[in-house]
Design a binder for this molecule. Structure first.
Ligand SMILES: NC(=O)c1ccc[n+]([C@@H]2O[C@H](COP(=O)([O-])OP(=O)(O)OC[C@H]3O[C@@H](n4cnc5c(N)ncnc54)[C@H](O)[C@@H]3O)[C@@H](O)[C@H]2O)c1
Length: 381
């Protein structure tokens, strides 16, 4: 997604993309519980080691890393996390794990599992520091998270298959074991995730594809988040399939949640407000959402979009809008030709989020800006 967003920002993305991995019902379950379990499955099938009491190093404390760390912990391992993101490192620490640098972890660990989405997390100097019999597995990015070229070079051909899916690299009196050739261990040495978690990932993909079919005319070559309604529907169907029924929020259930609210996390609600603002701005003004912000910073991105939207409204036409008004913006209007930066004497001003916009008039709770089809909500005073 990082690469696709960078392409969108450079104008190099040729078609709209829906970030299915960012749907809650994808990464919270597939990445965390699916990969967490199947990674252990692959390691155990390949090595048949006892995890209890071992020092296990998990590189990356994202959704995959969290799942692996918690499952290793559940099996009785001593878990250390290697991270580059300070917030995630802190989270790992407060979840009860040790946090180390790769250099500190290399001589400490018995088993190393990578899940960063990055390349060459463990390199020559780390292989040199690992102890005899250390085991390495990757569950992240293709076979790129371990510097395998360096490992092969260090072994100078002294590589043998000690068990099915386990290669032993003799790097000069010290043997390092690599599972599934450094490829995704849960796929290389096990069967991947159970169907009971992939169902949600595939449902998200199918429903996101349907969304694109239905809305392609409105979509730009940008990265879109999965609509919240799809996420909620997938979760609802999954719960129903598991025979779980839910309570609904009532007005008296919670004084802080409005009736009818799903009571979702504040972060999510803020993020969806951000998404709604972006979608509204794209719809009304036709500008592209270059930020492509994800769920975590949706509210901030939403505010940025609001600012840009207000700037465009204040600047006046012509702008890239799809509305019929945008084509002939001032035709037949009583303020035709008015300078967008000034408000003709006597003409009403309207206040939008604490700012005066020229030439607006109120229509109920909305501000109608002459010359544009766009309308903005008027803040209640
Ligand atoms: N094996 C599977 O079946 C499976 C399933 C889902 C995802 N994945 C893959 O797992 C990887 C991680 O996915 P995720 O959802 O957890 O991503 P994520 O972005 O949530 O987490 C990745 C974490 O790794 C950290 N990181 C990045 N570079 C690092 C480095 N050099 N050293 C230490 N930490 C580093 C990041 O700060 C981040 O916290 C991705 O490559 C993804 O494609 C694999």
């Amino acid at each position: 997604m990082i690469r696709l967003r960078a392409m969108a920002a450079d104008g190099a993305l040729a078609f709209p993309v829906v970030a299915v991995n960012e749907a809650l019902t994808k990464h919270l379950f597939d990445n965390r519980y699916g990969t967490g379990q199947s990674t252990i499955d692959g390691i155990l099938r390949a090595t048949n080691i006892l995890i209890a009491g071992r020092n296990v190093v998990v590189a990356g404390y994202g959704w995959v890393g969290r799942g692996i760390a918690s499952r290793m912990d559940g099996h009785g391992a001593h878990v250390a996390v290697v991270e580059v993101d300070p917030v995630r490192a802190l989270e790992a620490l407060m979840d009860g794990y040790q946090v180390m640098t790769v250099g500190q972890a290399a001589p400490w660990g018995d088993l190393f599992v990578t899940a960063t989405g990055n390349v060459n997390v463990f390199r020559r100097e780390h292989f040199e520091a690992m102890h005899d019999g250390a085991i390495m597995a990757n569950s992240g990015h293709f076979d790129a998270e371990l510097d395998l070229a360096a490992l092969r070079e260090m072994a100078e051909g002294h590589v043998r298959e000690v068990r099915e899916n386990v290669q032993e690299f003799d790097i000069g009196g010290k043997r390092l074991n690599l599972i599934a050739e450094g490829r995704l261990v849960n796929l290389g040495a096990a069967e991947g995730h159970p169907a009971a978690v992939m169902d949600m990932s595939f449902a998200n993909q199918a429903l996101a594809a349907e969304y694109v079919v239905r809305h392609h005319a409105d979509l730009e070559p940008q990265v879109y988040v999965v609509p919240e309604a799809i996420d909620a529907e997938v979760a609802r169907l999954k719960l129903a399939a598991m025979g779980i029924t839910l309570d609904a929020m009532t007005p008296s259930s919670s004084p802080t949640c409005p009736a009818g609210s799903t009571g979702r996390r504040l972060d999510d609600r803020r993020a969806s407000r951000g998404r709604r603002r972006r979608h509204r701005a794209v719809r009304e003004l036709g500008f592209t959402d270059r930020g492509g912000a994800g769920r975590r910073d949706g509210a901030r991105a939403g505010r940025a979009v609001d600012r840009r939207r207000r700037r465009l409204l204040a600047r006046g036409p012509p702008h890239r809008g799809r509305s019929p008004d945008a084509a002939a913006p001032h035709a037949g209007r009583r303020d035709a030709g008015a300078d967008a930066g000034t408000v003709p004497r006597g003409q009403p001003r309207a206040r939008v989020r604490g700012r005066q916009l020229p030439g607006g008039r109120r229509s109920g709770r909305r501000l109608v800006v002459p010359g544009r089809a766009a309308v903005a909500p008027v803040r209640r005073r």
